[in-house]
Ligand binder design. Sequence first.
Ligand SMILES: Cc1cc2nc3c(=O)[nH]c(=O)nc-3n(C[C@H](O)[C@H](O)[C@H](O)COP(=O)(O)OP(=O)(O)OC[C@H]3O[C@@H](n4cnc5c(N)ncnc54)[C@H](O)[C@@H]3O)c2cc1C
Length: 387
Amino acid sequence: MNNDFTDVIVVGNGIMGALISRKLSDAGLSILVIEESAPCAGSSGRCDGDILSQTKTNKFSMELTAWCVNAYREMEAELDTDLKFDQNGSLMFVTDPDLVATNEDRVRELANVGIHAEALTGDECRDIEPRLGPVVAGGVYCESDGAIYPPGVVAANTRSARGNGVRYAFGERATELLTSRGRVCGVRTDRGEYSASTVVNAMGVWAPELRVTGFPELPIKPRQGILVVTERFAPGVGVNLLEAAYVTNKKKDDFSDTPSFAFLAEPTMDGNMLLGSMRRFAGFDLEVKIEWVAEIVRRAAEILPDIVNVSVIRSFAGLRPWTPDHRPFVGESPEHRGYFVAAGHEGDGIALAPATAEIVVSQILNAAADPIIVQAGREFGVERLFA
Ligand SMILES: Cc1cc2nc3c(=O)[nH]c(=O)nc-3n(C[C@H](O)[C@H](O)[C@H](O)COP(=O)(O)OP(=O)(O)OC[C@H]3O[C@@H](n4cnc5c(N)ncnc54)[C@H](O)[C@@H]3O)c2cc1C
């Protein structure tokens, strides 16, 4: 056993681990981060960075995403860093004219939580994004939505945490939670043991791999996605685009390794564009098949006919940490005092990372939190695994 006692061990340095360790160290706690690989080596380095209130399907999720938008702005000020958070809006469109009327419902739902959005005709969509083709029949424009650069967020929080004295064990694999009489006392790794009274499992799709005696198996499954990256082009697409079918595709749990697609395009601040999206359950497979890239490009050419001469420069796969009830697991185990989980955010982990960190940090410090964070702590709590 390594005898250096640490207040909190955070396992994993993706976006959850990076934000949690930075915030806990801001509060003066001593922290050790154990990361099997390098910072951002998991899903947070293999994704895009959309933060979209309008893709959420209930009042609570819309409000929580809006809270995170503000939290990212505050984070930029706290860290004195440009996190490349571009609030360039989102335009979620339909191609079926019969569905245009449904856009009014979304605008009303967003208005109920104080988010301004507009229902647009096809031509009004093209006024906002002139590259959109005639296939777009109408849409909803939400100006406060945007996208961030996830590796930059992880790097800025890690740099700040290191400045606060956080220690890192990179290249070390946590294998088991150590407990004594129902309380956490440390972590075993492939190199040794570390003692701490609090441990946070921020291992993303690998969260179920930490052995914890008496804790139900975390039902988190990897759900593959691929992204296709274009070269820079100008004038670029100015707004985050996605088809309304994206929302239903995300909620469809067919457990098939046959990919399902829904169009999404995220312009980067450097002038490239990320094209998606694809979902597929295939274990930890990170393969990218050329026919999947071709399908994403074919659909992009239909929606944005004007970009057919823009080249694809690369593509890559990542894994979304899916859960059966589409809610992450965030909070303390009722049966293991000091053991916290912060994992299972599927395709919303970048958007929800600030709220996740706030739940975990407020619970560890026993500090007051905004009502929406308290509600999120209840909605996402791990108690539901013990029911
Ligand atoms: C294609 C794609 C597009 C996406 N787009 C978006 C988007 O637009 N907006 C959005 O909000 N979300 C998006 N997501 C989802 C988002 O990427 C994830 O929800 C988020 O990155 C999860 O972060 P995390 O910190 O929980 O996990 P990770 O980033 O995977 O971090 C977990 C870390 O734990 C480490 N680890 C694992 N096992 C161990 C161990 N035994 N010991 C020590 N360390 C360990 C890993 O190396 C890794 O670094 C997308 C995902 C994909 C795949």
